[in-house]
Design a protein around this ligand. Structure first.
Ligand code: TLP
Length: 359
């Protein structure tokens, strides 16, 4: 049986079509702007997002850092969620490389920050205070169970940004998941933003890379920052060739991953000793909790799923018994049933076999 890896959609490997495109990609030196496949990727991303230009970067982290450093100057402050990826999981990079100060606000279960708190966090024009320069949103929001953040909210934040001469950046690592869940397209969903960072290597299956999109001036500045961060790649068309398939083909099939996440969440919610908040299962990611009365510990469940069933999950907060599960292209519906069967055997419950279970 193939491994069923539910730790993240970052574990996706390139599809056979991607490997073929990579092998045949036309390449050149991208630092001279001469890689035709990178140029095509950047133009395609800009077109899809309705922005003037795009820039291929190594990772989501580099996409966010490059964007934030392009919008801000040393000593500036930017507003973002306390549970956002940029604040929690990017090694404090904007402080390390940009001398920037994050001003964090609580993220609500729907992935938003309260509008009055955003307004209240903007600094006065006073020499005692840092200058607020930027607001960052995340969509979908990983710190809020993959919640898709709706356009109306983004427009409201953009209006606050405009009134205060601030920029708006979206960490759109999973923006195509958000657009799928909200039944809209990424161009509409990100129209109010000055910049968006989009991961190609998560649910979209490319082996490496993200693109950032924005105005020509923004991308010109970002180009210089990317170079200074060591992100000027050479024959990167090999990677961009996979990214083109991500944008054109993989971005349209994410509903399948969302359906699988829901199927899995509903099956797990029906098991004793487990709790899942089904209302919060909106995209390809959800959290579940192993209740304290369960006949198995967090560590044992993790280990035995791996050793006995070839299923990999990672505790998110072991003390609270909390796990995160992420579905993706390499998880098929039959495997969701396999996972439910394995959970049932290990956690107990005596539920009837789920129909459709496969080997
Ligand atoms: N997220 C990873 C881990 O770092 C947590 C994951 O498994 O979810 N923005 C968001 C919203 C992300 O979730 C991630 C990666 C990034 C940015 C960074 O992307 P990479 O890993 O390409 O630097």
């Amino acid at each position: 049986m193939n491994v069923i890896d539910l730790r993240s959609d970052t574990v996706t490997v390139p599809t056979p079509a991607m490997r073929e495109a990579m092998a045949n990609a036309a390449v050149g030196d991208d630092v001279y702007g001469e890689d035709p496949t990178v140029n095509e990727l950047e133009a395609t991303a800009a077109e899809m997002f309705g922005k003037e230009a795009g820039l291929f970067v190594v990772s989501g982290t580099m996409g966010n850092l490059t964007s934030v450093l392009t919008h801000c100057q040393r000593g500036d402050e930017y507003i973002l969620g306390k549970q956002s990826h940029i604040f929690r999981y990017e090694a404090g990079s904007s402080a390390v490389y940009g001398g920037l100060q994050p001003n964090t606000l609580e993220v609500q279960p729907d992935g938003t920050m309260a509008l009055d708190q955003i307004r209240g966090a903007i600094r006065w024009d006073n020499p005692h205070e840092p200058i607020t320069r930027l607001i960052c949103l995340e969509n979908t929001h990983g710190g809020a169970s993959g919640a898709p953040v709706p356009l109306t909210y983004i427009e409201q934040v953009a209006a606050i940004a405009r009134e205060n001469k601030l920029k708006l950046h979206i960490d759109g690592a999973r923006i195509f998941n958000a657009a799928t869940a909200l039944n809209t397209d990424v161009k509409t969903l990100t129209a109010p933003a000055d910049s968006v960072s989009v991961c190609l290597s998560k649910g979209l299956c490319a082996p490496v890379g993200s693109v950032i999109v924005g105005s020509k001036d923004f991308i010109k500045g970002a180009h210089r920052i990317r170079k200074s961060l060591g992100g000027g790649m050479r024959q990167a068309g090999i990677l961009a060739a996979a990214g083109l398939i991500s944008l054109r083909e993989m971005s349209t099939r994410l509903a399948e991953d969302h359906d699988n996440a829901r199927l899995l969440a509903e099956g797990m919610a029906a098991l004793p000793h487990m709790s899942v908040n089904l209302e919060r299962v909106r995209t390809n990611m959800f959290f579940f909790t192993l209740k304290p009365d369960a006949p198995i510990s967090v560590d044992e469940l993790t280990r035995r799923l791996h050793e006995e069933y070839n299923i990999i999950i990672r505790p998110y907060n072991a003390e609270r018994g909390e796990f995160r599960v992420v579905t993706h292209y390499w998880i098929k519906q039959s495997q969701v049933y396999n996972v439910l069967d394995a959970m049932r055997s290990l956690v107990g419950g005596g539920m009837k076999q789920v129909e459709g279970a496969a080997d």
